[in-house]
Design a protein around this ligand. Structure first.
Ligand code: SAJ
Length: 427
């Protein structure tokens, strides 16, 4: 057993894999989470998330979970992995991070290393985290150390995982940086890049996700433009991607969801604004991506008119924000449903990873064939692997007359040869 007990605060898609990995590397690990059902599941070796690897590791881990911060008082290394969402005004919400800091502040003073993994904008460690941690009299750099190592978990990714993803680390001071790099070197099989400051490490994550958001916005704008020019944007992107350098393919779709990409740019936008800079480009990209659900619904209304469909029922295939995961956060499908209802249409949904119990106010069918038989109009909003083999003849037999391929993941040619009216996003 490594002589440095670890406490992981927040046992979600970031904290739980990290806690399991540290425990696997012979650290004495306790996880703290506010959700007692999640804690109870973990202590019963049941995975609280759809993840086979997590479920398997839980069968053979010494990790313990608790809802009580006091159970983590003995920890030498404390890692904060709580969510950093935005509120309905797209303003950063640091309340989970603040609550986690308040939970651990009273134990500081024995030279602990506090690491923040949650995605935060530059300045949060020094201007938000530090004051809370020092509020009980402890002094950073003397009584405890502080570092930031932004999480890079990619849900659903079978190649990159918490153990092999390269990381960056920033420290409050040299000792904090050194302690954090040493810890991550002891659990990761991946390069670790020390950054020059906490702010540089904070900036890395919001920059890498803003990079993704603006690139998706670029192809989404192309999709809207090429729809009027009758050019297949997917073929054009694939053509551009044959260039072996200086091009990175992204693809248009029904919108940008999840806990990272549509959220992280706002953390930078807001902090820069507070310091006198207006990120017009980042804001424009966000505006383009947020317009995609409406663009998708417009494609649907045009296709219905072309097919002279007047029946009100619409089937939405896919509710989660990303293919082959069951995560509804910021999912474009939910905005699409809201817009469809605004047009007096009746919506039913089917998602193999989401059930009616997932706190969602739409009728969710449990059977794909049954769902397909009930609607003349279909929108594919998430490219789950179960949908990729849908054949137009099968849909036509079930009475489907219109399909909008919101992720351009179906075989356009076969659909265009069928009696169905097919519409993609930019093709
Ligand atoms: N999307 C597009 N077009 C694209 C790529 C994505 O419309 O070309 C949409 C997706 O449908 C989804 C949203 O954007 O609604 C986000 O998709 P994502 O693939 O970026 O998935 P996330 O949100 O899980 O992003 C994570 C991020 N990882 C971390 O923040 C640690 C992100 O940095 C990764 O780049 C991303 O995974 C990834 O590459 O898969």
């Amino acid at each position: 057993m490594v002589d440095a007990p670890v406490a992981v605060i927040g046992l979600g898609y970031v904290g739980l894999p990290l806690a399991l990995l540290a425990a696997q590397k012979d650290y004495d690990v306790i996880g703290v989470d506010a959700d007692k059902d999640k804690v109870q599941k973990i202590n019963s070796s049941v995975s609280p998330i759809h993840d086979e690897a997590i479920a398997s590791q839980l069968q053979r881990t010494a990790l313990r979970a608790t809802t009580d911060f006091a159970d983590a008082a003995h920890a030498r290394i404390i890692i904060i992995c709580v969510p950093t969402p935005v509120d309905h005004n797209c303003s950063p919400d640091l309340s989970p991070v603040k609550a986690a800091c308040r939970g651990i502040a009273r134990f500081l003073g024995g030279g602990q290393l506090v690491i923040v993994e949650s995605t935060i904008n530059p300045g949060v460690c020094e201007e938000v985290v530090l004051p809370i941690l020092e509020a009980t009299g402890a002094t950073c750099g003397v009584d405890f150390y502080l570092a930031h190592c932004p999480e890079r978990i990619n849900p659903g990714d079978t190649q990159w995982n918490v153990g092999n993803i390269p990381r960056v680390v920033g420290g409050y001071d040299a000792a904090s940086l050194d302690e954090a790099v040493t810890f991550y070197e002891s659990i990761l099989d991946a390069p670790i890049k020390p950054m020059g400051s906490l702010k540089e490490a904070e900036a890395v994550k919001v920059v890498e996700n803003s990079f993704r958001d603006i690139n998706i916005a670029f192809v989404n704008e192309l999709a809207m433009s090429f729809s009027t020019l009758n050019i297949d944007v997917v073929n054009v992107i694939d053509g551009a991607a044959t260039k072996p350098f200086s091009f990175m393919a992204h693809y248009p779709g029904a919108g940008v969801g999840g806990h990272c990409i549509p959220v992280d740019p706002y953390y930078l936008i807001e902090y820069a604004k507070q310091n006198g800079f207006d990120h017009t480009f980042l804001k424009t990209a966000r505006k383009v991506n947020r317009a995609m659900p409406a663009f998708t619904v417009d494609r649907l209304m045009g296709a219905r008119a072309a097919a002279k469909v007047t029946t009100p029922k619409v089937l939405v295939l896919g509710l989660s924000y990303k293919a082959n995961v069951g995560d509804l956060r910021e999912s474009p499908a939910l905005e699409i449903i809201r817009l469809l209802r605004g047009k007096e249409l009746d919506v039913i949904a089917y998602d193999p990873y989401v059930g009616s119990g997932d706190d969602i106010d739409v009728e969710v069918s449990t059977d794909l064939n049954e769902a397909l038989s009930g609607a003349e109009t279909v929108i594919l909003a998430t490219a789950h692997k179960e949908f990729l083999s849908l054949h137009p003849d099968d849909l036509h037999k079930r009475g489907v007359r219109v399909i909008v391929d919101g992720r351009n993941c179906l075989d356009k040619t076969s659909y265009q040869r069928s009696p169905l009216v097919y519409s993609g996003i930019g093709r």
